[in-house]
Design a protein around this ligand. Structure first.
Ligand code: CP
Length: 322
């Protein structure tokens, strides 16, 4: 089945962007198409527009971030919004204020968009229920990281021309990965075939319920793939040991040229970052700019976040006018 194109009358029906699950193929296509327009804008000397002039965006990150936080800040500023980065370490959260009280407090200042990252799955949705503006999930626990999946999709689509029919292997620590979950939902919705590859200890149980093919051997899992998406070993979410040793993990599941040879000759190498070189990916492979699109993923991140802010605030403007 081919994913329908987003026609000019495609409507994004959601006030918030909390996940990819539940978005229609047309809504995803609308977000991807809008992102494309911002890729061009971001490559020009003058990157600034006034689309969001007068709008306020607050970024609240309860977990560390380089890519997502910076790109949301850039995205908001390039669209002309006022952007506040709330520092959790110097906020009243450190004095014991709850997540919901923080949400209610910020809501009283009339922000138009809250961009939130939180270590607990579901926390961003809870917060969204307490505010009047839009909320964008910048990653919640192991649950979802929708803008990462969107930027991955834009990167793939620009290189391969389409998502439909592609064979994608998502490899490594799928168990702890919100990136994997959002990508599985998006790729399947858009007609791609998804494999997960990793040791049984690092795959959710039962992983096949997600509708993916499951492999415990890299060469078998990568065979014939168009896209090889590596995941970081998320030791900060692990209680106890999930792999015998880093050395053994790299031996069996680290991406090397030898293992990559099983994929198609033109297979793309992806990684959401931050990377653990020599753990899930060999440095030489990561830096092979003929095949690795890791830096392109970062570039697309800004465009995708601009598209998300654009589309959610346009919805807001329609509601305000009614
Ligand atoms: N991919 C990603 O979410 O990276 P950051 O943790 O740096 O935001």
């Amino acid at each position: 089945m081919n994913a329908p194109p987003a026609s000019t009358d495609t409507v994004f029906r959601h006030r918030h962007l909390l996940g990819i699950q539940g978005l229609s193929p047309a809504e995803i296509t609308l977000l991807l198409d809008r992102s494309e327009t911002y890729v061009d804008q971001n490559r020009q000397a003058n990157k600034k527009k006034s689309l969001l002039k007068g709008r306020t965006i607050i970024n609240i990150f309860f977990e560390s971030s380089t890519r997502t936080r910076t790109s949301f800040e850039l995205a908001g500023k390039r669209l002309g919004a006022d952007v506040i980065n709330m520092s959790v370490s110097s906020s009243a959260i450190k004095k014991g204020e709850t997540l919901l009280d923080t949400a209610i407090t910020l809501n009283a200042m009339h922000p138009d968009v809250l961009v939130v990252r939180h270590p607990e799955s579901g926390a961003v949705k809870l917060l969204a229920e307490k505010v009047n503006g839009s909320v964008i999930n910048a990653g919640d626990g192991r649950h979802e990281h929708p803008t990462q999946a969107l930027l991955d999709a834009v990167t793939i689509r620009r290189r391969k021309g389409h998502l439909q029919g592609l064979l994608v292997a998502i490899c490594g620590d799928v168990l702890h990965s919100r990136v994997a979950r959002s990508n599985i939902y998006l790729l399947q919705t858009m007609g791609a075939r998804v494999r997960v590859v990793g040791p049984p200890t690092l795959l959710p149980d039962p992983v096949a319920r997600l509708g993916v093919e499951v492999f415990h051997d890299m060469e078998q899992g990568l065979k014939g793939c168009d896209i090889v998406m590596m995941l970081r070993l998320q030791t900060e979410r692990m209680q106890g040991s999930f792999v015998p040793s880093i050395r053994e993990y790299f031996h069996f599941f680290g991406l090397t040229y030898e293992k990559l040879a099983a994929a198609k000759d033109d297979a793309l190498i992806m990684h959401p970052g931050p990377m653990n070189r020599g753990v899930e990916i060999d440095s030489e492979v990561a830096d092979d700019f003929g095949r690795s699109v890791i830096q392109e993923q970062v570039e697309m991140g800004v465009a995708v976040r601009m598209a998300c802010l654009d589309i959610l605030t346009r919805n807001m403007a329609t509601t305000e006018a009614e």
